[in-house]
Ligand binder design. Structure first.
Ligand code: AKG
Length: 285
């Protein structure tokens, strides 16, 4: 089963596919002129100016961007995802699973990844490692419900040229145990048990979407996934936009930790407006 959804697929059907298969491949979600502009900005920012990747960095506006500068936040990707089809599916999915259609996007959940084609090379910037099989739920508080909208920005297709994304399409509603004896502390904190992954793959297979610019892979917090690092030839730039169901426990946790987030009201985005380009990017509320 490969849940691929074209622009005509009804939102309710897509939300059902997310629940039944863990994730969907949404074709042609971001208008071509918008995604090409975003891609050009990402290439300029990360590859030409070599500014830092990682949490929230996609939000920095490109003109005059430099380390240490305060820039206006660029909301175009958040807008395209959250007011577009992924946002509509998220509202339907959260309405069914949490009783609220509202969601927030924490600035910390906006990861930009640059994965080099050379194994082990992380381009000396954060978020450069190919990731092992894991569930996003392992790095968020238990009981939160969220969807990850994974978006490609460079090259124009994966896995043909750059590192892809591999998912296990299955209905899974629990956090699996971690792999014991992993020495790399980063991997140890996320890596799912190899035995559990092997068992799931034997039952459901795995799925590497052929994603192109403008597509979004949308999956929930329990879906096992990893970077698909098989002979990539180009550095890959991608962004994860995490939409979290707006439940009181989520708002309380972010208020306690003073983590900024975007919320969405009457077609408008409410949230921070500026960021300082630094290591890591500092969002100015
Ligand atoms: O982009 C990748 O290769 C991995 C992304 C990932 O694991 C995630 O979005 O949680």
């Amino acid at each position: 089963m490969q849940p691929i959804c074209i622009p005509d697929t009804p939102v309710g059907e897509i939300a059902t596919n997310v629940a039944d298969w863990g994730g969907v491949h949404l074709k042609d979600v971001i208008a071509l002129r918008d995604v090409v502009a975003l891609s050009a900005a990402a290439v300029d920012y990360y590859m030409w100016r070599r500014l830092p990747a990682g949490n929230s960095s996609i939000l920095c506006n490109v003109p005059n961007a430099a380390l240490g500068k305060i820039v206006d936040i660029n909301l175009s990707l958040v807008e395209a995802i959250c007011f577009g089809r992924p946002g509509a599916v998220a509202r339907e999915y959260f309405g069914r699973t949490c009783g609220t259609e509202d969601f927030i996007v924490p600035t910390k959940g906006l990861n930009t990844r640059l994965i080099s084609p050379e194994p082990g090379v992380t381009d000396s910037r954060p978020h450069g490692q190919a990731l092992p099989f894991h569930q996003d739920a392992s790095v968020f508080p238990a009981q939160w419900t969220f969807l990850n909208a994974w978006t490609l920005l460079y090259p124009d297709r994966v896995p043909d040229y750059g590192t892809g994304l591999e998912l296990i399409p299955c209905k899974l509603e629990e956090l699996l145990e971690k792999q014991p004896n992993v020495t790399d502390p980063f991997r140890a904190s996320i890596e799912t048990s190899h035995a559990r992954i092997a068992d799931l793959i034997a039952r459901y297979g795995s799925w590497v979407p052929n994603a192109v610019l403008g597509d979004v892979i949308l999956f929930h917090q329990f879906t096992p996934h990893r970077s698909y690092f098989v002979n990539p030839t180009k550095l890959r730039i991608s962004v994860e936009v995490r939409m979290i169901a707006k439940e009181q426990k989520v708002l309380d946790e972010y208020a306690r930790n003073r983590i900024p987030y975007f919320s969405f009201q009457d077609g408008k985005i409410i949230g921070p407006k500026q960021a300082r380009i630094d290591h890591p990017i500092e969002i100015i509320v």
